[in-house]
Structures are given as C-alpha cells and as structure tokens.
Ligand binder design. Sequence first.
Ligand code: GTQ
Length: 349
Amino acid sequence: MNIAVADKDVAATRQKFYDRLSPRAMAPLWEVLKGLVPEQPKSKFAAHLWKFAEARPLLMEAGDLLTAEEAERRVLVLENPAMPGASRITATMYAGYQLIMPGEIAPAHRHTASALRMVLEGNGGYTAVAGEKTEMQRGDLVITPAMSWHDHGQENHKPVIWVDGLDLHMVNFYEAAFMDHFNDKSQILSKPVGYSEAEFGSGFAPMQHRRPFGPTSPIFNYRYANARPALLQVASAGEPDANLGHALRYINPQDGGWAMPTIATWLTYLPKGFETKPIRSTDGQAIVVLEGEVTFEIDGKTFSASESDVASVPSWMWKKMRASKDAIIFTMSDRAAQEKLGIYREERK
Ligand code: GTQ
C-alpha cells in the first residue's frame, strides 16, 4: 500500500469518527486549534476610508426619505467593506453618520450599549442625557453612558450631523443587551445646561462621593473649545511622540482612566509635514479627521483624508500618518475594553 492511499485511509477513518461526534454536540479540537489560538491577530476587516463628500449627499437624501422619529436614529452605518451587513467599522466597533434635520427629535431611549458622538456639522444640535441637555458644536465629544436616557434634537435651521460610535457589538457578544423607550419623545429635564461640566469638569468633584454613571465619566460633553487649545498649547512646548504625534486622551476625572469603560478616545495633532513612524496595536480604531489633511498608510494601502472623513484601522495592521496640512484627528477604539481584559498589545518601529 503506498503512502497516499494510507493517508486517505487515515483521513477517512478520522472523518468517520468526527461524524459520530457531531450528533453528540462534540468536535475534535485538533482540527480547529490553529484558528482558535492563532500565532498573531489576522483581522477579517479591511482598512478603509469613508469620504464625507460622498456620504453627505446620501445622508441628505435619507433626510428626505424618512424622519428621524420614523427611523428612531437616522444613521448611515459605516460598513467595513470586508464584512458587509455586519454593521461594524472594525471587529468590535459600530460607527455611523447621524443626521438630525431642523425641528426633528430622535426620540428618548436607553440601552446597555454606550455611545459617543463626535460632532461634525451644524451647531445648535443637542443631546439630553439623564435629565440634562448639552449643546453640541463641531469637535465636541458627547457621551451617553450605558442605560442612560438620551434623546437628540436641534434648534437650528441647518442639518446637524455627527459620527456615532457605539460598543453595541461588545455588549451583544456577551448577550447582555437591554433597551427601553421613554414614554415621550423627549425626556424630562431636571438640571440646567452645563451642570455636569460644572460639577465634574472644572477640576472639582462633589464632597459627597458619587459616580452617577458608574464606570463612565460623569462629564458627557468634552468640548472642542477646551480640547483644541489645550492640545495645541501642549504641542507647542514639546516634541511629538514619534509613533503617535501629539496625542492627548479623554479621561474620566474620577479615576484618570478612559472616559468610557469600553471605548478609548483621544485627540491627535499632527503638524504640517510631520510623519509618524509605523505602529500597530491590537485595538481596532476608527479615526475622524477634524481639521486639515492626513495621508494614512494602513496595511500598505494609502488613503488621503480630509475634514470629516472616517478611516478604519483594523487590529494589528501597521499604520503611518502624514499631515499635508496641520491636522487634528479624533480616534476611538476598543482599547479601553482590551486593557481591562489584559489583552492590549502594541508594536512600534
Ligand atoms: O443615538 O442612541 O447610531 O441607539 C445607533 C444606535 C445611535 C443612539 C446609533 C443608537 C444610537
């Protein structure tokens, strides 16, 4: 008997054995071990760039097709092109462009998933969180903590647009998702505008310790009007990190950790002409360009991004950035969750 025939016999014998396992809800590990415990991450997702110039007219069309109330949330989901239909920008992150037209309300609801908004367009939009309204301006980072009531609206005559980022896939992975609708379009307001920023975002905290949103920051609007000058001033007096540029992270003032328990958020300033050295990390990232122009080189592909474009950087892909104009970019990633699980890793060149 030659070797090929012997191998075939062995394979057939093994297969017969496997066939007896599957009806009993068992399987041989040795057939799947390499995929279960890979030597290094190999993302199923693609590096990609969504151009706002392409998305905006489509978003406006959606504005004619249905109301924010009909849609509940009128959002064009950023679908990773390697995984269409998955509602994922990276392996764990959901992101989309949301539109609120003049006079509209995206009705109050709450859910286990935490959300953030990076505001792009149309000052005068607002989000109400847990009885408090906050006004939204371009570049503001607005957070809605897990299970907090939130509704969105606007008191302007122009469209309001932002990028949503949610950890809903992480919540759904754990099969831990709940959601409720409020019994009215808007929630009842119990605090004046600016209350949380005054109470927790001014270098103070109440004498009586309170964590109104558990592990999530009690500040739910991190204003660009504060963040931008801070970032530029810090940058003016120091050297940029070779791999990161000038980067500052949004923190929870109660513990100095990330502002959200699952999603890490930070702002980066890249001076004109500056080019970062390559870095790769296990978090999946979504990057929103707030100012200027940036060329991203991700996984060997080059993307030229301008204002309000969004890029995806899947896990463990080499990333380089170069600013052709002074640039400020916002990044969100699942790094906050990965650090808590002790699995975050990065490598720099
Ligand atoms: O604003 O609450 O893009 O619940 C997707 C689901 C936004 C929101 C989204 C949501 C929201």
